[in-house]
Design a binder for this molecule. Structure first.
Ligand code: ZN
Length: 450
């Protein structure tokens, strides 16, 4: 991983022009702003904490260079700014009173609020990272809760990102650990893309694949050092997260960085898991446990011979559209999510004939696919060790999930996104229920969950 790789990735990114990562990067914020926005005025957006750790310095640097600035927009009072649509509306109203370019000083939620509000105001923005907590800095789209329902709202990624490693090193340890969990999820996300590729559903783009998977093993390889505050390990993490965001831009899809582990996480997020905690349960912590869950499923799946399925029997047992809709409705009752889940599931539902053709293809390609997956995946026990070393939760109970709620996620998660993953493969191969039974049976990977 090097600066050159980020520069190469920027050439294919559609929104982001500049990324500056390094100790003291904050000193370059005026220069970066000027390169992307010329003489335009700036408005710093921060919360009480991010104002203290970086916002104030950004404001001073812009002023000292003689740049016109609006009074900073600060989310008050001190506490956790939630990515709720009301905050987007408030900021958008403030932005509509001037023409300054927002400078978002913050991490996940604050960045998402500014990303969407800037888009609604018809403006680009600059992001200043304050924690290596997720891969969203350089990704398009914002996760915003509206009318109680968490959704991904469209909006471009920032025009530029400044990530000062000295600032990031000072962030709470849980935030860095969360970024690690989000990055670790690229292991199973990659496996899911290989599955979709083998079945002719979504071909792998080798160039985009390399952006995420190239630096990944090195970036996740030193969780102990990361937890101990090692700068090199932090830099690898930040670069890995930034590259994932840029890959999503280049691919115009989150496919390169998000698979079934994110479906687990998104379902829990949409159902409000851990939202009452302070700070709220982080995205990366949920993705981390989701990654272990999905890796455990893969481990069982790879023991099967999916080249020897009784495809005719599977075709006869395959549910009709109405039946599938009923099942999805029964599984999802959260307002907003109920209808969305039906829409998403039906978008990837195939009829019995198409299923037969797909299973035929699977039979043909299974030996090669199984080998490729074996090379991509990391065993769930190892993922758990890595997460623990980084300071992440590794068990559903630590997220506040009962074993039965967690177990149900294996069946429910695939319904909320149209993306094809191992959960769909296992469903279509007729083995999902058996595999999950094995995971929770005595001796199974999740046998000891309370
Ligand atoms: Zn993520």
């Amino acid at each position: 991983m090097s600066d050159g790789q980020v520069k190469a990735a920027l050439r294919d990114a559609t929104d982001t022009e500049q990324v500056v990562i390094g100790p003291g990067a904050l000193d370059s914020v005026e220069e970066v702003f000027g390169r992307s926005f010329g003489e335009r005025p700036a408005v710093v957006v921060a919360d009480a904490t991010t104002w203290r750790v970086a916002g104030q310095r950004v404001q001073q640097a812009l002023e000292a260079a003689g740049r016109a600035t609006q009074a900073p927009y600060r989310f008050e009072p001190d506490g956790f700014v939630l990515a709720e649509y009301g905050n987007v509306e408030r900021l958008e109203r403030a932005l509509s009173g001037h023409d300054a370019v927002p400078v978002a000083v913050g991490s996940g939620s604050l960045n998402d609020i500014v990303k969407r509000a800037a888009h609604e105001a018809g403006r680009p923005y600059l992001a200043v990272a304050t924690a290596a907590s997720m891969d969203g800095y350089t990704a398009f789209g914002a996760a915003i809760t509206r009318a109680g329902y968490k959704q991904t709202m469209t909006c471009p990624a920032p025009r530029a990102l400044v990530a000062d490693l000295e600032v990031l090193a000072g962030a709470p340890a849980d935030m860095t650990a969360s970024g690690y969990g989000d990055l670790l999820g690229k292991v199973t996300a990659g496996a899911d893309w290989l599955v979709a590729d083998a079945l002719g559903i979504e071909p792998v783009d080798p160039k985009v694949w390399d952006l995420v998977q190239g630096p990944l093993r090195e970036a996740i390889g030193r969780p102990e050092d990361l937890a101990a505050g090692d700068r090199g390990a932090l830099e690898r993490l930040v670069e890995g997260l930034v590259m994932s965001g840029l890959a999503m831009q280049a691919h115009a899809s989150s496919r390169p960085a998000s698979g079934a582990e994110h479906q687990f996480s998104h379902l829990w997020e949409m159902e409000g898991l851990g939202h009452d905690r302070r700070p709220p349960l982080s995205h990366g912590f949920k993705v981390g446990v989701g990654s272990v869950a999905v890796a455990a499923l893969y481990q069982r799946l790879l023991e099967r011979d999916l080249g020897a399925l009784d495809t005719e029997a599977l075709g006869r047992a395959w549910p009709a559209r109405e039946e599938v809709q009923e099942t999805v409705r029964a599984a999802h009752t959260t307002p907003g999510l109920d209808q969305a889940a039906v829409t998403e599931t039906m978008a990837k539902h195939v009829d019995a004939d198409a299923l037969g053709r797909r299973l035929g293809l699977l039979a043909e390609r299974w030996p090669a696919l199984r080998d490729r997956l074996g090379g991509q995946l990391i065993p769930p026990q190892r993922l758990r060790e890595l997460l623990a070393a980084a300071g992440c939760p590794t068990r559903p109970s630590e997220l506040g999930l009962t074993a039965s709620a967690f177990r149900a996620t294996y069946v429910r998660a695939r319904m909320i996104r149209r993306r094809y993953t191992v959960l769909d493969l296992a469903t279509e191969a007729g083995v999902l229920g058996e595999l999950v039974d094995e995971l929770f049976a005595p001796g199974g990977f999740w046998a000891d969950e309370p």
